[in-house]
Design a protein around this ligand. Structure first.
Ligand code: URA
Length: 186
């Protein structure tokens, strides 16, 4: 897919019929944030609240993400937040590989536009789509990877932390690491 400018990319996502998720969605969730962000966070896909509002990470997991960002001194306004798939999978099931394959070129286009220095994969789905199909979140989170000069790291998904609060501490260590790396950038 040739790279599109932001507005055209947004419209392509809005009218996309490349997989069946468009049939059951309420709103497409493009992503949002600072277009000059040095760090981009990537989740799995919209949940119920995101589908209703058309915005990423606005439900309970989003509230936790905001708090985690704040706790390391980052504001939501200074980062960019997107998802692997832009339409909600029914009942919040994990997106199918075919849905991920259909949607990933949009995320790649978004990354090319925003040109973040750091990408943070929130959870295994994003890490598998972006870093390595065999990614194991429990053993490989918190490690830096690099692609085309972009540093990439994965940590636990905030929804996974809500289900298992013991994941909060390791995730916060990852967030601190991310902030330290950001502070090193000029
Ligand atoms: N979970 C995700 O992966 N993405 C969202 O936008 C919200 C919840």
């Amino acid at each position: 897919m040739a790279l599109l400018p932001l507005k055209e990319l947004y419209l392509a996502c809005l009218h996309c019929t490349k997989c069946d998720l468009h049939k059951t969605k309420t709103n497409m969730v493009f992503g949002e944030g600072n277009l000059r962000a040095k760090v981009m966070f990537v989740g799995e896909g919209p949940g119920r609240d995101e589908d209703l509002q058309g915005r990423p990470f606005v439900g309970r997991a989003g509230q936790l993400l905001n708090k985690m960002l704040e706790d390391v001194g980052l504001k939501r306004e200074e980062v960019y937040i997107a998802n692997v798939v832009k339409c909600r999978p029914p009942n919040n099931r994990v997106p199918l590989q075919s849905e991920i394959d259909a949607c990933l070129p949009y995320l790649r286009n978004q990354v090319a536009i925003i040109a973040p220095k750091i990408i943070v994969c929130l959870g295994a789905t994003a890490a598998k789509a972006i870093i390595d199909k065999d990614f194991k979140i429990t053993t490989m989170r918190g490690q830096w990877f690099e692609r085309k000069g972009v540093k990439i790291i994965a940590t636990y998904h905030p929804a996974a932390i809500l289900r298992d609060p013991e994941k909060l501490q390791p995730a916060m260590e990852d967030f601190k690491k991310i902030k330290e790396e950001l502070d090193k950038l000029v």
